[in-house]
Design a protein around this ligand. Structure first.
Ligand code: NAD
Length: 256
């Protein structure tokens, strides 16, 4: 289905990015895996997906908090047909106590990186007359919760950037959309549980049930395979006229 296409997935040595990379590879795309580290594990992840699927999978180190690294990732990969902006971090604190350096890092990694990679990738997509830019936003790109000011500001920004990208790319065979997952049980969510336990003065199970999944009417976490499947769908011909919009994979969160 995606044979001959090259996909770059930022922040893909773990969690949703890894799930998306795997589903794109299973659909036949060659895939570039990325994170800010450069370990033997990172390269093993790429080799494992390659041997599972038979496509070419490479690992390229680039720090998505740095504009130059974002642009260099696209160049080192030789451009891409499919760009999935997924790298993201989280910090949970009241605004009055929110460290300024955490604010800056979250805006850089969760929002600005998508601008830089998109800017570097679009010319190649326009030249081919085909491209897909898929930004992993969040239900928190459409709604808010307390204590996540930087993340929510960044994710709302990603939704806005996706719409502008779509308008500029319209008529050139290039679409841009944002996927808005609800809670997916990945390391970023695991790491929030202790903070949420402290902030809400609750035990782990109560935080999962009453803080996290209380917003998700299905009562279930979404899975990385489901986010990957949605990404593959957005790359299909059926999705060629879907652009400038959001697709929620949130168990009903944003319907409440
Ligand atoms: P995760 O922590 O498992 O993955 C984050 C990825 O980003 C990792 O691969 C990490 O190496 C990478 N990363 C972090 N800083 C980076 C940097 N400076 N440069 C390059 N890569 C960097 O978390 P996840 O849940 O898989 O999150 C992936 C994306 O999905 C994030 O944008 C997150 O906001 C979004 N999201 C997650 C959920 C959820 O419930 N898990 C819900 C909605 C949206």
């Amino acid at each position: 289905q995606l044979a001959g296409k090259r996909a770059i997935v930022t922040g893909s040595n773990s969690g949703i990015g890894l799930g998306v990379a795997r589903e794109l590879a299973r659909a036949g795309a060659d895939v570039v895996i990325n994170s800010f580290t450069d370990t033997s594990d990172d390269h093993r992840i790429a080799a494992d997906i390659a041997s599972e699927t038979g496509v070419t999978v490479t690992y390229i180190q680039a720090d998505m908090s740095k504009a130059d690294d974002c642009r260099a990732l696209i160049e080192k990969a030789g451009g891409c047909d499919i760009l999935v902006n997924n790298a993201g971090i989280q910090h949970v604190a009241r605004i009055e106590e929110f460290p300024a350096d955490k604010w800056d890092a979250i805006i850089a990694i969760n929002l600005s990186s998508s601008f830089h990679t998109t800017a570097a990738a679009l010319p190649g997509m326009y030249a081919k007359g085909w491209g897909r830019v898929i930004n992993i936003a969040s239900a928190h790109g459409l709604t808010a919760s307390p204590y996540k000011s930087a993340y929510i500001a960044a994710k709302h920004g990603v939704v806005g950037l996706s719409k502008t990208t779509a308008l500029e790319a319209a008529g050139k065979g290039v679409t841009c959309n944002a996927i808005c997952p609800g809670y997916v049980l990945t390391p970023i969510v695991e790491k929030q549980i202790p903070d949420q336990m402290k902030t809400h003065n609750m035990d782990r199970e109560t935080v999962i049930r009453e803080v996290m999944l209380s917003r998700q009417p299905s009562g279930e976490f979404a899975t990385v395979e489901q986010i990957g499947g949605t990404t593959v769908f957005l790359c299909s011909d059926a999705a060629a006229q879907i652009t400038g919009t959001t697709i929620s994979v949130d168990g009903g969160w944003t319907a409440l």
